[in-house]
Ligand binder design. Structure first.
Ligand SMILES: O=P(O)(O)O[C@@H]1C[C@H](O)[C@@H](CO)O1
Ligand code: GUN
Length: 326
């Protein structure tokens, strides 16, 4: 495009667009569009060299599931644990959320080899989406085939109560509507296709198993199934935003998971999503309460035994179901 004339019709200086190519932001020599396949292989090889467990299932422990505290949480229940702090893992981001553990725990849950992320990376911490999801690709490279992504979320469905669990049936990628997608940028076919489908994001068989296990454990009265959405955070939502989300069919609102699931499905991992409803979304101006992070953590602590027992059994049942399938 030719530069516009520097003098506008009134004789004053007009804006002159300068044609320049913005450099790709480099961080430690890595492109802003994501680390290369080879770089992530380096990270995966580091983890394989530091651990003896070879997990097929990866669990992301959300805010309601012991990413903040130790005693009684799922990750603390892993037997023969091999723990690696994020700071020691090449190319890994570090958790900036105060109190988050920030480590990978390799070991066994009900005899099944797993790796758990104790502390995840959120967009609101300042990481681009691709970086928030980097651990999912690393999991894939070390042999993980199933991702269990858990989160804390606000309950928007009026039938939901604080302390309920929601099996994620589907998600709405709100941030993606604005063009912010973890797959944005060049595609490496070694991870997956340029245009991955997303209509079977949350594995149907796992969802059936999760309902069966809820019955067996006598918690089916608190286990729901619904649609999750992620907003960038860190602020909680306005009344108007929540009413809009309700209208489009959202049952629970959080600040994670959706982009991790997109990356997992892109590289053909099977996915199960679970939300802990930690607060009621306020959809009326007459309502006095306000969402807050302390409540999220308190409800997580209150439900930690139930969650630990439920997710541990799910791991065991998903593994047997995978073994049985051709
Ligand atoms: O990591 P998750 O998605 O469980 O954490 C949610 C979102 C925010 O980090 C936090 C808000 O309290 O809970
Ligand atoms: N965006 C969002 N994230 C949450 N995490 C826990 N509760 C909430 C909530 O109400 N909104």
């Amino acid at each position: 495009m030719a530069p516009v004339n520097a003098t506008d019709v009134n004789g004053s200086k007009a804006y002159v667009p300068v044609k320049k190519t913005l450099p790709e932001v480099e961080e430690n020599g890595k492109s802003s569009k994501g680390y290369s396949y080879e770089t992530l292989v380096e990270t995966a090889n580091f983890l394989l060299s530091r651990t003896s467990v070879r997990p097929r299932i990866g669990v992301i422990c959300g805010s309601g599931m012991g990413s903040y505290w130790k005693e009684g949480s799922l990750a603390e229940n892993i037997t023969d644990p091999e723990c690696i702090p994020y700071e020691e893992i090449p190319n890994f981001p570090v958790s900036t959320v105060e109190g988050h553990h920030g480590r990978l725990v390799f070991g066994k849950l009900e005899g099944v080899p797993v790796v758990a992320m104790q502390g995840r990376f959120h967009y609101y911490e300042g990481y681009p989406l691709w970086k928030c999801c980097l651990p999912v690709r690393v999991m894939k490279l070390i042999g993980v085939q199933t991702l269990i992504a858990t989160n804390a979320a606000g309950g928007l469905n009026p039938n939901y109560k604080v302390g309920d669990l929601m099996i994620v049936r589907d998600h709405i990628n709100m941030m993606g509507f604005a063009g912010n997608n973890p797959l944005h940028g060049p595609n490496d076919e070694r991870f997956g296709p340029r245009f991955p489908p997303m209509n079977k994001a949350y594995n149907l068989e796992y969802r059936k198993i999760a309902k069966e296990v809820a019955k067996e454990q006598g918690i089916d009265n608190i286990v729901r199934e619904g649609v999750y959405t992620c907003l960038g955070g860190p602020n909680f939502e306005t009344v108007a935003e929540l009413n809009m989300l309700k209208m489009v069919g959202v049952d629970a609102v959080g600040m994670s998971t959706v982009h991790e699931v997109i990356i997992a499905r892109h590289c053909d991992m099977k996915v199960f999503g679970l939300s802990l409803i930690t607060n009621e979304c306020v959809t009326s101006y007459d309502h006095d309460s306000e969402a807050n992070h302390e409540e999220v953590l308190d409800v997580g602590r209150m439900r930690q035994d139930t969650l630990r027992q439920y997710v541990s059994r799910l791991v065991q049942r998903f593994a047997s179901s995978d073994d049985a399938s051709p």
